[in-house]
Design a protein around this ligand. Structure first.
Ligand SMILES: NC(=O)c1ccc[n+]([C@@H]2O[C@H](COP(=O)([O-])OP(=O)(O)OC[C@H]3O[C@@H](n4cnc5c(N)ncnc54)[C@H](OP(=O)(O)O)[C@@H]3O)[C@@H](O)[C@H]2O)c1
Length: 254
């Protein structure tokens, strides 16, 4: 067992499901105390139970990251639980299709920007405020997408715009705060093994068939493969990696 994060406190937003849960489990398996955050207490409690079953340490904190007061309270409660905030992973996000730009519902556009962009901004603000006051600083990894800065697809303008903003915000924040001792990067996953990558009515088997034609690798990424990239960027191995946006998508955006 590797222990790159022993003694470290790691906050993961959107940790009750999918990629966020895999990230939370991976950090805990490498020794971190993990705060699992999101809006739904039951799914966060399941993540905590999975971590504790493996002998790890975790706490659940409910928060809506699109509310600045929640983002600040989340960091405050993380420090109350475990004394510090060494790593934060801003993974919480929503997906909406919506059709072509001309028909994109205002409600979908606002929901995508509220959570995917403003949620990441509020999270960064609260996390950096804590980390820059710590002698050891910190590392932050934002979860963007290969759909955004790296590639586009029809009918997904709102999602694509929101995730391109996460990629740009990551680089801007990295430049602003590396002098504060806070190292900020992004991971941009491609289709991953969670319901978010399923089209309406599609089964896992349908998606596997579709992936053979659209992904050079020929399959979706496992959530553990996304988590591995996040852990690398958060680790001392990446000490000189600042403002990068690591695409993990089986070559779809190559
Ligand atoms: N799966 C893919 O193929 C794929 C590809 C590229 C990028 N991504 C990105 O990867 C991240 C995780 O996606 P996923 O596939 O694991 O989807 P998911 O299972 O739907 O996870 C999203 C998580 O975000 C949480 N969340 C949503 N709105 C929130 C809010 N306002 N405040 C706090 N938490 C919130 C959700 O929990 P609650 O609803 O309980 O709050 C949920 O746990 C997202 O940012 C997504 O855009 C996914």
């Amino acid at each position: 067992m590797t222990t790159r994060f022993t003694g470290k406190t790691v906050l993961v937003t959107g940790a009750g499901t999918g990629i966020g849960r895999a990230i939370a489990l991976a950090f805990a398996a490498e020794g971190a105390s993990v705060v699992a955050a999101g809006r739904t207490a039951t799914s966060l409690d399941e993540t905590v139970a999975l971590i504790e079953k493996e002998g790890g340490t975790a706490a659940a904190v409910t928060a809506d990251v699109s509310r600045s007061e929640d983002a600040r309270a989340l960091v405050r409660r993380t420090v109350e639980h475990f004394g510090t905030l060494d790593v934060a992973v801003n993974n919480a996000g929503v997906f909406r299709g919506g059709g072509p730009v001309a028909d994109l519902p205002e409600e979908d556009w606002r929901a995508l920007l509220d959570v995917n962009v403003t949620g990441v901004l509020f999270s960064l603000q609260a996390e950096v405020a804590q980390m820059r006051d710590q002698p050891t600083g910190g590392a932050i990894v934002n979860i963007a997408s290969n759909l955004g800065a790296h590639r586009r697809a029809p009918g997904l303008a709102g999602y694509v715009a929101s995730k391109a903003a996460v990629s740009a915000l990551t680089r801007a924040a990295a430049l602003d705060h590396i002098a504060d001792g806070v190292r900020i990067n992004a991971v941009s996953p491609g289709p991953s093994a969670t319901p978010m990558s399923l089209r309406p009515g599609e089964t896992d088997a349908d998606r596997a068939t579709r992936m053979k034609s659209v992904s050079p690798l020929g399959r979706v990424s496992a959530t553990a493969e996304i988590a591995a990239a996040v852990l690398y960027l958060a680790s001392p191995d990446a000490a000189s990696v600042v403002g990068s946006d690591l695409v993990v998508d089986g070559g779809a955006a190559a």
